[in-house]
Design a protein. Structure first.
Length: 101
């Protein structure tokens, strides 16, 4: 199949792809809505990719607040809410919001 005839060609970025771009592409393709969370330097490639793909991210001052904001967004809009957090301590910090249902 030639690249011109490939229907998924527009989903593939030119050149190398970063981990942040791969994650942002997966979220976009899954239909993820806006994301809420606390930023971190390790997430900068992810934020760049979100901007390139036209996705929205709202910076929140605390990881738990981001998780609760994503939960509130999901409850109000019936769409999926997503939360982001810096790497190491994220699972125990995000878990209270994910268990609030």
């Amino acid at each position: 199949m030639t690249s011109a005839a490939d229907p998924a060609r527009h989903n593939r970025p030119e050149g190398r792809i970063t981990g942040g771009r791969a994650l942002a592409e997966m979220l976009r393709l899954s239909g993820a809505g806006p994301m809420f969370g606390m930023g971190g330097f390790q997430l900068l490639p992810f934020y760049d990719a979100l901007g390139q793909l036209g996705m929205r991210h709202f910076l929140i001052n605390d990881e738990r607040c981001g998780a609760f904001a994503a939960d509130a967004y999901a409850r109000v809009t019936t769409a999926r809410g997503s939360a982001t957090a810096p790497w190491a301590p994220a699972p125990p910090i995000l878990s209270p919001a994910s268990s609030s249902r």
